[in-house]
Write a protein that binds this ligand. Structure first.
Ligand SMILES: Nc1ncnc2c1ncn2[C@@H]1O[C@H](COP(=O)(O)OP(=O)(O)OP(=O)(O)O)[C@@H](O)[C@H]1O
Ligand SMILES: [Mg+2]
Length: 225
């Protein structure tokens, strides 16, 4: 999936007045590209990811997923875009503790209307992709952080998205688990030509990307190829 941001601004209104979180962001991520976003805490990285991921609406400007301008779509359409085209991976995994590993992965397919047999077969194959086939019937709390994050990646892949958005996916993990998570993301991106946008504080993590963008106080500061 190709992503294009044109003149994106984000303001929020507070009692103290209007605060600018993003200022005139222009960027392009080509189909199958891996982009990293870096920058200090509070610089607007998550805010930017939420705009791309249709979780939030920019105050001004346009966001195109492929050639479709998603920036002002109503919530009913945004929900469908998220479900079918975008996979999310968060720092704290966000798995449902009462469901098993495979049920967590099947859930987004249930929302998109896939039949049960199909859901189960695809979830099992996604679990193999993240090297966790043996954990199918475990509850997430019985898994390590790195394993839970790999389940979250499998879940993000459930409806065959065009892009995965990952916000500090290795932020809670030790070096070894972080590397395993990163390698799974990288191999999915390489093998399936899925676009990947990853927010990170860690230069080692960012070095896997094709492009690195830096955010500073809501502004895109530099691009390194
Ligand atoms: N709803 C809100 N109300 C007030 N301030 C907000 C709100 N949402 C975001 N902010 C502020 O906007 C700025 C950007 O936040 P954002 O979460 O995008 O930063 P970040 O770069 O992801 O930081 P971190 O690395 O700590 O995750 C921060 O200063 C934050 O405090
Ligand atoms: Mg953040």
């Amino acid at each position: 999936m190709k992503i294009m941001l044109q003149g994106v601004y984000k303001y929020i209104e507070t009692q103290a007045g209007s605060i600018k979180l993003l200022e005139n962001i222009n960027l392009e991520v080509h189909q199958g590209e891996f982009m990293a976003i870096m920058g200090p805490s509070g610089s607007g990285k998550s805010t930017l990811l939420y705009q791309i991921g249709c979780l939030d609406i920019p105050s001004f400007g346009h966001i195109f997923l492929d050639e479709v301008d998603i920036s002002q779509e109503p919530e009913s359409i945004r929900e469908q875009i998220r479900l079918h085209h975008i996979g999310f991976v968060f720092q704290n995994y966000n798995l449902l503790p009462t469901l098993t590993v495979i049920e967590n992965i099947m859930l987004p397919m249930q929302f998109s209307g896939a039949h049960k047999g199909e859901r189960k077969a695809r979830a099992a194959s996604l679990l193999r992709l993240v090297n966790l086939a043996s954990k199918e019937n475990e509850k997430p709390t019985n898994l390590s952080g790195g394993q839970q994050q790999r389940v979250a990646i499998a879940r993000a892949m459930a409806n065959d998205p065009g892009i995965i958005l990952a916000d500090e996916p290795t932020g809670n993990l030790d070096g070894k688990s972080g590397k395993e998570v990163l390698e799974v993301l990288h191999s999915i991106h390489e093998n399936q030509r899925i676009s990947l946008v990853l927010v990170t504080h860690d230069p080692k993590v960012a070095s896997y990307a094709d492009k690195i963008f830096y955010l500073d106080d809501g502004k895109l500061r530099a691009t390194v190829f």
